[in-house]
Design a protein around this ligand. Structure first.
Ligand SMILES: N[C@@H](CCC(=O)N[C@@H](CS)C(=O)NCC(=O)O)C(=O)O
Length: 204
């Protein structure tokens, strides 16, 4: 019997959406619990490390978005065909996290001058540095991120690129046709499309 899953997060895509993509793709039922912001203090003390996402598996709580995603990906054949590919998945997810961290710092920057400086550095240096490398990885892997086949890493790319286009505009991926194609490929998977149609609309 499939375990009873409950995914606890805010009403946002954020650090939970790639997990929701795995569930959607694998056709696995789960409770998608979205904590209202005003109830967070009540929940926080009940979370293993005071943060979300948290996945409950038959009532047992586990934290850390990527540990959860990796665990589920292994259950549902989305973690590469061997340990080497599984390692490549992790390397790309962690590298993408480095870029996302820089984007997050830019989005959260309160000082307008500093924010503009951050934006220029991102656009001229950080983004091309990472995206050029990712583009090459996709070229070497037949349009996927690892091993020429779909993995959870492709979901992490797809949800991150959705946000990237929201921040920098649709044309921002024009120089990165392989990344754009990967995002489109993931978003056109029938079960992902079903999820997109029914998921709550949120800013990020
Ligand atoms: N490394 C953790 C970070 C989790 C995290 O930063 N969660 C944020 C939401 S995106 C959170 O719970 N913030 C509320 C708080 O810290 O009180 C993961 O990837 O799951």
């Amino acid at each position: 019997m499939a375990p009873a899953y409950k995914l606890i997060y805010f009403n946002a895509r954020g650090k939970a959406e790639h997990i929701r993509f795995i569930f959607a793709y694998a056709g696995v039922d789960y409770v998608d619990e979205r904590i209202p912001k005003e109830k967070w203090s009540h929940y926080k003390s009940r979370m293993p490390y005071g943060m979300v996402p948290v996945l409950e598996i038959n009532g047992k709580q586990v934290a850390q978005s990527n540990a959860i995603a990796r665990y589920l990906a292994r259950q549902y054949g989305l973690a590469g065909k061997d340990e080497w590919e599984s390692l490549q998945c992790d390397v790309l997810v962690d590298t993408l996290s480095d870029l996302k961290q820089a984007l997050f710092q830019y989005r959260m920057e309160p000082d307008p001058l500093r924010k503009d400086e951050r934006k220029q550095t991102l656009l001229k240096e950080t983004i091309p540095f990472f995206l050029d490398k990712f583009e090459k990885v996709l070229e070497e892997n037949g349009g996927f991120s690892v091993g020429g086949a779909l993995t959870w890493t492709d979901f992490v790319f797809a949800v991150s690129l959705e946000n990237f286009e929201l921040i920098f505009g649709k044309e921002s991926l024009d120089h990165y046709p392989k990344l754009k194609a990967l995002k489109d490929k993931v978003f056109s998977l029938p079960r992902i499309q079903e999820w997109i149609k029914k998921r709550p609309v949120t800013e990020f």
